[in-house]
Design a protein around this ligand. Structure first.
Ligand SMILES: [Zn+2]
Ligand SMILES: [Zn+2]
Length: 177
């Protein structure tokens, strides 16, 4: 994690876990405003957190997470739209000391020992972005903008002839003959 965005309200106390037996866990619920710079949300960040003491680290699970993201532009009609994002389960380790034997030395999370806290904001930011849809469209039935007159075809129809995109291999063959 080279880029870290800290959201101050996504820090959780873990002090009581550090001296406990392996396997001890604590749980939190959270419902916090988003302060991420990469994306806007219409609702709070809502979810649950399970933190378990394991060897050399804490196992952190975010579950039942929900928020609604505001996307600035549909790729068909260019209108702003919102989409709920749900994360059922995301799991990472937060190391108590910097580990020496990882494949990617940049890809780990550390417990903040000084404040006896973990900060899940970067973990959650990455998970939210991973859950973005591949095609950013306001709806699967979005008709988009007319490429002739610029009319938003979701609002009203226009009389322009839409160019049919055909992909018929035989049409070219016919011309050759
Ligand atoms: Zn659209
Ligand atoms: Zn048109």
């Amino acid at each position: 994690m080279n880029k870290t965005q800290t959201v101050p309200n996504l820090k959780f106390d873990i002090g009581e876990l550090l001296d406990r037996l392996l396997g001890t866990s604590i749980s939190y619920s959270f419902s916090e405003p988003s302060l991420y710079e990469d994306f806007d949300t219409q609702t709070t960040l809502d979810g649950k957190l399970d933190i378990m003491r394991i060897e050399k680290s804490l196992n952190v699970i975010i579950r039942d997470f929900e928020t609604t993201i505001v996307f600035p532009s549909c790729s068909r009609c260019l209108q702003e739209f919102t989409l709920p994002i749900k994360i059922e389960h995301a799991e990472r380790q937060f190391y108590i000391k910097e580990p020496q034997d990882l494949d990617d030395p940049n890809d780990f999370y550390l417990v903040d020992l000084k404040h006896q806290q973990i900060d899940i904001s970067e973990m959650l930011r990455q998970e939210i972005i991973l859950h973005f849809p591949t095609f950013l469209v306001c709806s699967n039935s979005c008709k988009g903008i007319c490429d002739q007159c610029g009319n938003d075809r979701n609002q009203k129809d226009c009389d322009c002839q839409q160019i049919e995109v055909t992909n018929n291999p035989f049409s070219q063959l016919k011309e050759l003959i």
